[in-house]
Design a protein around this ligand. Structure first.
Ligand code: P5A
Length: 434
């Protein structure tokens, strides 16, 4: 849990006026300028206090929807023994993207790029009977992939935070149900984050079927090119039938689309947009359980190799994706659900005792109403304070100064619309707490 209120005079918020060199896309520029992250090495970032608050809020929404879907949280380590990956045959297959390390005894280790092997080994060693299936386990943990070209800040980092879930089922019917539960959880998750995600059918390898999907946020800076039925844009995500409707509608990455001989979508309905992949779900059957010798006893006594799927969400990538989808020339516009603070409190005259007292009282009352507050009590010019607030994109700003106070008002501003109102502090509180 983060502190509910912070004073900027005692916080760490290194904002920048200028666009930093080398940051090609707007989310990367804004994340650096708004003091959310700092690069420590290529593709590796420190999360500064404001950035960490956003990352944790996104993770909390992801966690809530995983729990709601019946998945069980655990935590596996970042460092894994190479031998685990020899069991599945992936140690040699994975290539230079895997960061391989040796410990002091010369034992081969690696920084995990994903956890299929580890979760399968744990589950195999704990579970012997059909009574313990189905189960879906997940964790939210840092990964490392030594990407050849890390770019776009946290969008394609080398170290990044992923939610990865793994399902274990006795039969195909169960495996499909586990997959569908995650599919729905993903749509709910992205909607709760204020995003519109397009599920795109991905090639599902030798197993076939329609059991691999990528989830893309539409944005011009996305790395993928998508072709999809524009009827997708009209699907109401709140409709209980939305998952089925979305799944039935055509959506493909350009490369896959090019292979489709007869596109079922008439040309005038075929939309072509760029997308950011924020999630990817797979069904892979017995690939790891068979290679790693996992069997459970079925009700009839037969030994069965469980069927599995894995389900990823790029938690740190989402911070960038949300900014790509929600900003203006002045800065970030956080959706309410993930904003680092609900309210920015702009104290125009911290040197004026009455203004300072009014701000302190408002800060306390906003916090008591359950809102998080970043109080700008710095000794700085109003223009600088307003620019900072716009840049960091908190949903609301309350501005307090001696003139307003004399008239009994403060100014309430909604970041997303720019709408402003002069209100009594009471009314401002009622509006924000309501
Ligand atoms: C699914 C979960 C997997 O790794 N194994 C466990 C499967 N899938 S994935 O598509 O390779 O990754 C899942 C999501 O992680 C994000 N992601 C990244 N984010 C930032 N930087 C990276 N270098 C990076 N690589 C993957 C993506 O959102 C992806 O959908």
């Amino acid at each position: 849990m983060h502190a509910r209120t912070q004073r900027l005079s005692r916080y760490l918020l290194p904002v920048m006026k200028e666009t930093p060199a080398g940051a090609e896309i707007v989310s990367h520029q804004l994340m650096l300028r708004a003091g959310l992250i700092r690069q420590t090495a290529a593709g590796i970032y420190a999360w500064l206090p404001l950035g960490l608050r956003v990352l944790d809020r996104i993770a909390a929404i992801v966690r809530r929807e995983q729990d709601r879907a019946g998945a069980i949280e655990m935590l596996m380590p970042t460092i894994q023994p190479a031998d685990l990956w020899r069991e599945s045959g992936r140690y040699d297959a994975y290539g230079p993207e895997m960061l391989r390390i040796a410990d002091r005894h010369g034992r081969e280790m690696l920084y995990g790029p994903t956890n299929e092997e580890m979760v399968t080994a744990i589950f195999r060693d704990c579970v012997k009977s059909y009574r313990d299936l189905p189960r879906t386990l997940y964790h939210i943990q840092w990964k490392f992939r030594d990407e050849i070209r890390p770019r776009f800040g946290v969008m394609r980092g080398r170290e990044f935070l992923m939610k990865d879930a793994y399902s274990f089922d006795m039969d195909m019917e169960g495996a499909r149900a586990s997959y569908d539960a995650m599919f729905i959880a993903y749509l709910r998750t992205f909607a709760a984050l204020g995003l519109r995600a397009v599920p795109v059918k991905a090639p599902s390898g030798p197993i076939g079927g329609d059991l691999s999907h990528e989830f893309h946020i539409l944005a011009d800076t996305g790395e993928s090119e998508l072709f999809y039925d524009s009827a997708l844009d009209a699907v109401d995500l709140a409709d209980p039938a939305a998952p089925e409707r979305l799944r039935a509608l055509y959506a493909m990455e350009a490369e896959e689309h090019a292979r489709v001989a007869d596109c079922p979508v008439p040309a005038e309905r075929l939309a072509r947009r760029r997308g950011i992949e924020v999630g990817h779900i797979f069904f892979f059957g017995t690939k790891y359980t068979a290679a790693m010798g996992m069997q459970v006893q079925a009700r009839d006594g037969q030994m069965v190799t469980p069927l599995c799927g894995s389900y990823g969400i790029g938690v740190s990538r989402l911070v960038g994706a949300i900014i790509e989808a929600s900003h203006d020339p002045a800065g970030i516009i956080w959706p309410d659900s993930v904003a680092p603070f609900d309210v920015g409190l702009v104290n125009l005259r911290p040197d004026d005792a009455a203004t300072d007292a009014a701000c302190a009282a408002l800060e306390a009352r906003l916090a008591a109403a359950g809102l998080s507050v970043l109080h700008d009590d710095r000794d700085a010019r109003p223009g600088e304070k307003f620019a900072t607030m716009d840049l960091i994109g908190l949903p609301w700003a309350v501005t307090v100064g001696p003139k307003g106070l004399a008239a009994g008002t403060v100014e309430l501003k909604r970041r997303a619309t720019g709408e402003k109102a002069e209100l009594s502090p009471e009314s401002a509180l009622a509006r924000l707490a309501g």
